[in-house]
Design a protein around this ligand. Sequence first.
Ligand SMILES: Nc1nc2c(ncn2[C@@H]2O[C@H](COP(=O)(O)OP(=O)(O)OP(=O)(O)O)[C@@H](O)[C@H]2O)c(=O)[nH]1
Length: 702
Amino acid sequence: MTAETPKCFADELQAAQEECAREPIHIPGAVQSFGVLLSFDSSIRRVWQVSANVRQHLGLTVNECLGASAADILGSSLLGRIRRGLANTDRMPGAMTVTRKLAGISRKLHVVAYRSGDAVIVELEPLDSSARYRWLSLVNDWIAKLVETRTEDDVLNRLCDAVRSITGYNRSLIYAFDADWNGKVLAESRDEVLPALMNQHFPASDIPSQVRAMYGNNRIRVIADAQAEAAPLVPAMNPANGSPLDLSQGYLRAVSPIHCDYMQNMGVRSSLSVAIYSDSRLWGLVSCHSQMPLSLSPSARDSVATLVEVASQRLFLLKAEADAHYRQQIHDNRVQLAHGVQERHAPRDLVQQHAEHWRQLFRVEGIALVYLGEITRSGKTPDEDQVRELTNWLDAELKEPEPWATTSLSASGYPSAEAIQSWCCGLLAMPLLIDMDARGWLLLFRPEQFEMIPWAGKPEKVAEVRDGRTVLSPRTSFASWVEEVSGKSSSWHPAEINAARDLGDDLAVIAAAHEITRLNEYLRRERKALAEANQHLEKVANTDSLTGTLNRYRIEHLVQMSMANAERYGQPFSLLLFDLDHFKQINDTYGHNVGDRILKTLVNSLTDGLREGDQLGRWGGEEFLVLAANTVIDDAAIFAERLRRLVLATEFGLDEPVTISIGVAEWGKGDTMKTLLVRADRAMYEAKHSGRNRVCLGRIDQ
Ligand SMILES: Nc1nc2c(ncn2[C@@H]2O[C@H](COP(=O)(O)OP(=O)(O)OP(=O)(O)O)[C@@H](O)[C@H]2O)c(=O)[nH]1
C-alpha cells in the first residue's frame, strides 16, 4: 500500500478487530420479528423462553407460553415430529409446516427445530403457501439456464440474475474471498435503486471471522429489516442454567447493532447472504441488498439455496475443467521434455527451445536455468551476475527441495531486490537436485504489477468504545476509494507452483542425464588420450629415436624371452649381430647427418627384408642385432647372407657402396645372454677382419 498505516493506529485497529471478532453475535438474546422463537427443555416438555412477538405470530401472550406444555403450544402432531426428528441429531433435517388459526384465519407456518445446549429451539415463520409450485417452476427454469453456462463469469452472472429475479432485492452480487479474506465483487445484478459495486473490494473486517464461521452452521442469513425492532427473548436467559441461548443454527437470530449500523451506512435495510463453499473452505458469498425492508419467505430462501448449490457445482466443475486443461498442457510439455531426456539434449538448449511456451504457461516474462555454474536466460531477466547472486541467496535461505514463490522479493528479505525489481519483482524458484553437492535452480520471473484496487470505501473501520467495550464502528462511507498497489507481482496460482515443481524435476533429470553423457564423453576422450600417451610412451621406451627400430633395451628383452622359450620348449633361435663397414669414414667424408641418413636407410631397407617373427634392433652406434626366431644357425647363415646382399643392393646415395659385416650365433643349451652374444660378436669381428661385407658363423664348438 502506498499510504502506510501508522503503527499506533494499526495496533488500535488490530485490538478492535480482535474485539470485533469476539462480539457475541450468536447469543443476541433476541430474534428478528418476522418469526417467533420458542425454547424448550431437552425433552421438549415445557416452554423455557419465548420471543416477545409471540402474539403477532401465534396469537398467544408471553405469559400464556412460559412454562406451558409443549404439546399445548405446538400441538401433539408437530411435537411428535420434532421429537422424532431430533432423536438422533441436533438439527431436524428439512423443514415442516403447521397450520394455525390467527384471528380466525388459517395460516401456514414454516417450522425449523434444533438443539442448542440443553435447550431445544423451535422457530416458526409465516409461509406463503400458495406460491410453492410457482417457486418450483421458477427454480427449474433457472437451473436449466445455469447448467448450460460455459464460463465461470456466465455462471456467476446468471446466478445473480436468478437470485434477484426470485427474491426481488434491488441488488444481488457475488463476491469471492482472497487468501486474506478480503472480498472482490465478481458479478452483479441490480436495478437503479442501489449503486453498482461491481469489481469493488471489501475489506476482510466487513465480515469478521466469527461471522464467516457462522456460515459453517447455516449457509443462509436473512436480515429482513435492519431498522426493525428486534423481539427480545423472555426471559433473557435460559431459566435452567442462566446462560444465553445460542441461535447460530437458526434463521431468526437478531442482527448485531454494529451490523445494523453497517447496513444503514451502506444505504440498505434488508439483506440476504448465502455462502458458497469449495470443499470445506468458504469461497465466497451471494449477497443481496434492498433499500426497503424485505421479508424473504422460507420458500424463496430454500429456492435461493438450491440455485446457489447448483451454481456452485457448475462453477467448480468449470474451474476443475480449467485446471484439467492446464494440467494437460503441463503433461504435454512433460511428454515433449521426455524426448529431451532420451535424446540427451542439453538443458540450456531445451530452455531456449521451449522458453516462449513456458513463459505463456507460467505467465512470466523471464526464465533462467542455473546448474553446475552455467546460467541460461530467456526473456526479461536480471543479468548473469545478478542471477548468480540471487541463487547464492536462495541456496543459503531455502533448504527444502520444494518450489518457493513470492510476489515481492524485497518483502521476502532479499537484500538486492531493488536492483532487479523491474524484471524480478515476483519469483517462483524451483531447486533442481542434479548433484549431491550443488543444487541447480529453475527461476521464473514476474515483473512488478502496478495495480489500482477499487475498494468499496476505505478498508479501515474506526475503533470506538461502546458499552464499555472497544469495538469497530462500521465505516460511514462506502464511496469508492482506490488503493495503489506497487512493489508486487501478480500472484502465483497453486497449479503454476505445482507445474514448476514438475518442470524442475524434469529439468533435473535431463540435466543429470546430460551431465552423465558429458562425463562419459569426457572419460572416453581422456581414455583415448591416455591410450595414445601410453602408446607414445611405449614407443619412446621401446624404439630407437633415430631409426625407429627397436632400441637395445627392447631387443635385449626379446632375446631374453626367446631364450626362455628355447629353454622351456626347445624352440631354436639365432642372432645376427652386424656392423656397418667403415662407417667412421662415411661420417668423416659426408658428415654426421649423412651418417644418420645412412642408418635410417639401412633400417628401412632391412625392415622390408625381415621375415615375420624376426626382430631388428639397434644394439648401439652403428651396430644392429637381428633376432631370427625358429632359426638354426645354418638357416640363419642363409638369412644373414640375404640381408648382406640386400644392404649391398640398397641405394644409399653415396659414391661407394655401403656394406655390413654379420656375425651369426645360434642359442645353445646352457647359453646365457652373455655367452651367446660373445659368440655372435666374435663371428662379426671375424667377418671384419676377414675383409668385411661378409657373414661369419660363431658355432658353439668353435
Ligand atoms: N652418423 C652417426 N654415426 C654414428 C652413430 N653411432 C656411431 N657412429 C659412428 O660410427 C663410427 C664407428 O666407427 P668405428 O667403430 O671406428 O668403425 P668403422 O669406422 O665402422 O669401422 P669398422 O667397423 O671397422 O668397419 C664412429 O665414427 C661413430 O661416431 C650415429 O648414430 N650416427
